[in-house]
Every structure is written in structure tokens, then in C-alpha cells.
Ligand binder design. Sequence first.
Ligand SMILES: NC(=O)c1ccc[n+]([C@@H]2O[C@H](COP(=O)([O-])OP(=O)(O)OC[C@H]3O[C@@H](n4cnc5c(N)ncnc54)[C@H](OP(=O)(O)O)[C@@H]3O)[C@@H](O)[C@H]2O)c1
Length: 254
Amino acid sequence: MLSGMEAGMFDRPETVLLAGASGGLARAIGGELVKRYPQVSLLTLSRGEAEPFPGHRGDQRHLSVQLGDAASIGEVEKFLSDSASLPDWVINCCGLLHDRERGPEKSLDQCADDWLLQSMRVNLLTHLHLAQALGKLLQRRQPLLWASLSAKVGSIGDNHLGGWYSYRISKAALNMLIRNLAIEWGRRLESCCVVAIHPGTTDTDLSQPFQENIPVDKLYSPQLSAERIVDVLRGLKSEDSGQLLFWDGTPLPW
Ligand SMILES: NC(=O)c1ccc[n+]([C@@H]2O[C@H](COP(=O)([O-])OP(=O)(O)OC[C@H]3O[C@@H](n4cnc5c(N)ncnc54)[C@H](OP(=O)(O)O)[C@@H]3O)[C@@H](O)[C@H]2O)c1
């Protein structure tokens, strides 16, 4: 168990960047942040338009951007350089499990290149491109807490069921990106923590088609998952960097 509910070194975010800001978990996390820190400055990234968070008393700047495209690196870099301050928290919520036509594969026969590549684009590249944009601007003294929403099924060590090839493969790749980032930024920055976090199965569009077999007490509301994630994040310290965390802050095997 990590530092748990205790306040860590990143417990008072001033500027939070929320990516994939329109998603079920992102909306709930934004709402929770605003509840706890009403004056926080929000930088939001989404393919769509900005939605304000009720009760927010700080400023919100928004960029409509397709983070899966490499062109987003320059666009986000410009957006961040034009901001009053760089984020001290980054929460990247981008992820994809299914779309209207396609979804997780049960067996090898169902794997198709285009779906694997699309899964890599959304589950990996949206996080890589954001890191590349921010990485160009980071100064040694800039404190940084980075959390990518990943998934327990992306853990290689924890995979006892198989299936869900594209989602598992792309989340495992994201996990390796997070481990690498933690090492590189850990060397570069004085105060930095980079983690991947599993939110738990949460009632959003992403999990909707797969909720049937989930016991009611294992399907969490976005609000509850958001509270837990913010609790974990505010308890983190630099020593916790480079881990894949369960929603209660416990490290999961990679
Ligand atoms: N819900 C769960 O049970 C669960 C469990 C484990 C892990 N997770 C992870 O938690 C994160 C948030 O999931 P959620 O449940 O909130 O799902 P969601 O409501 O479907 O939101 C997913 C977000 O990903 C972004 N996204 C989707 N397709 C994209 C694309 N083609 N290009 C760029 N961005 C795209 C969207 O951002 P914009 O539309 O704002 O651009 C969207 O807000 C994901 O990484 C997911 O893998 C969720």
C-alpha cells in the first residue's frame, strides 16, 4: 500500500491538465477536483468542445485536439506555452475498448491489424504525444505528477485469462511508456511522479457493453472511482514513481 490517504508532495494542485476531457471518468475526475480545489486552473484537451465543471471558480482553457495524431504535439506545445503556467498535475484519461463496429477479441482468429493499430493510437499514442508536447517545456524545478489511466488487463504478470488482445497489448505498451517516462523525467526533474492507474470497472460508455457479468458491487460509479483516484494521486510522492497502481493505491505487477 502506498502513502494512502495521507497528503503527499503533490497534494495541492494549482494547474491540472485533463486529457480526454469529455469521457465518463474524466468528467467525474474534473468534477471531483473542482469540488476539492474550486480555484484550480484547468487545462482541458478533448477532440470536442470544452464543457465547464459546475462549481469551478478558477479559469479553464481548452484545446480541441486529436491527440492520436502526431500533429497534436506541436498544437499542445503551443497551447501550453501560451498558458499562464504549466500543469503540476496531468491526468490523461484517453482510452478505447470498443467502437460501434469493433470490440475486444475473444481469440487470435478475431485479431485484425486495423483494430490493433487503432487501439494503439488511442491507448498509447494519445499519451505519448501529450508527453512529447509537455516534455519540450519542462524545466528542472517544475513539479510534476503525471497519471495515465491504464487498466489492470494491461498487466502482463496479472494476465491469467487471455483474450482482449488489442486492448491488453495497447495498455501493456502504455504501461511501458509510463515506466520509461518515470525514468527519464525522474532524472530530469527535481520533483516528479509518473504513474499508470487502474480505475476499477466503472460505469461509463467504455465498460457499458461488458457490464452484464460484473457483480453489482464491483461496478463502480464514475463519482466513486474519481474520489478514489484523486485520493491516490494526492497521496503520491516521488518514490512512488514508475508504478502501475490499483485504484486503492496498491502497486500491480507490470
Ligand atoms: N470504465 C472502466 O471500467 C475502465 C476500466 C479500466 C480502465 N479504464 C480506462 O480509463 C480511461 C477512461 O475511460 P472511460 O471509462 O472514461 O471511457 P470513455 O467515457 O469512453 O472515455 C474515453 C476517453 O478517451 C478518449 N478517446 C476515445 N476515443 C478516442 C480517439 N479515437 N482519439 C482520442 N481520444 C479518444 C475520449 O476523449 P475525448 O472524446 O474527450 O477526446 C474519451 O473521453 C480509459 O483509458 C480506459 O481505458 C476504464
